[in-house]
Design a protein around this ligand. Sequence first.
Ligand code: TAP
Length: 483
Amino acid sequence: MTFDYAPAPESRAVVDIAPSYGLFIDGEFAPASDGKVFKTVSPSTEEVLSEVAQASADDVDRAVKAARKAFEKWSALPGAERAKYLFRIARIIQERSRELAVLESLDNGKPIRESRDADLPLVAAHFFYYAGWADKLDHAGYGANPRPLGVAGQVIPWNFPLLMLAWKIAPALATGNTVVLKPAETTPLSALFFADICRQAGLPKGVVNILTGDGSTGASLVGHPDVNKVAFTGSTEVGKAIARTVAGTDKKVTLELGGKAANIVFDDAPLDQAVEGIVNGIFFNQGHVCCAGSRLLVQESVADELLDALKRRMRTLRVGDPLDKNTDIGAINSAEQLARITALADAGEAEGAERWSPSCELPSSGYWFAPTLFTGVTQAHRIAREEIFGPVLSVLTFRTPAEAVEKANNTPYGLSAGIWTEKGSRMLWMANKLRAGIIWSNTFNKFDPASPFGGYKESGYGREGGRHGLEAYLAPSSPEGAR
Ligand code: TAP
């Protein structure tokens, strides 16, 4: 299937999607051992994009064996040699970035402007960043000759398919581990294209294996006795199940789970800038963002002014075709996710919050949800407590900084927070009081491969990104310092 993404003939970019894909094991694409397949659809059209192999427990075993075999040589390569492969992968991603951006928008539903200008540049940046560490691990602060763990079993969600893959695979390979990765069921395609990039880069067979499948494939991978390290991004519920599976084993685990971030606006904040940050915080990627600013806490004295400006701005948001460069909000990733968002928004209304959306026409096929604002929200409402993972903002007010902190921290999650104020002293005071792994001030949703990312409380443990991200893939060095 060929898709044209052609705003102008001279900037034509095309992605070729095959009618079917196999699993990527030991450098080859092959069908599942029991022949099972599933369909992946475009959430903006409900059109079937391709049929993909559904990995069985036997396939998991084959992939882990391939990764184990490859580990011997891969871990023994000098870091500078591993770096060459990672740099090569990063460059190919840059070269193929338009194709990959279109693919990501088709399979996920996200606006092309975001996949092109945010996801893809960050994916390449991650590989470049960790390529740079591969020959400097002795200087990472883990003692001389830090050792890789072995085979990493990695399970990722559907909201940033290629970016989550980069967060997982780049540090694992840089540190000398080999990988078996399972992408989410609704977004398998970019991981399969990445498998092709690994071949193009000449990566030795078995170093990266991609197993498409559902939750049962993820569970088999996590529970496989020869997996040394588990890296998971996804829901808190599945994260807890994974923690139970690995309890009592010597597997090392990192969990990046849900969030319910407070975006806190003080009366001295630059309000126009804050409005942009609020919009970016909750409507970026349809709100399918674990660190989304889904609770707006606004100081009472500026609440009316801010909400007026926010509504004006929301009226300008365009919802629709992900491949249109003017689209701000694309499709909801799946019918199931749309049902979850709808149910929670309905609960918000039923519990007494006031619902508002700008008038906007939604396409007739596909999965869509208009940008939505709830005012009159109390801390007891489900929309203030539960992760919606959609374009729905719950607004609460506060009077004092202490009250803002109390409300912001009143959640089982602890992933991120935003602070909008002109006062540097207040930023620092708040940053110390907020129980969140990432805190932005006068900005939101800023990412950098050099910056560690991860949560407190039920948002999980471990950090990805930066020097800290290496730690998750390294064993402490032996007393002799020998590998
Ligand atoms: P999940 O249902 O948790 O799925 C995540 C991944 O785990 C998918 O690949 C899924 O496969 C797989 N999986 C499902 N059940 C499993 C099991 N029992 N054992 C092992 N793997 C299993 O989450 P989702 O719906 O894809 O993503 C939304 C959630 O992820 C949100 O709560 C969001 O906050 C969180 N999230 C967190 C972060 C960070 S960085 N903290 C980033 C992105 C998303 P299937 O696709 O086949 O179900």
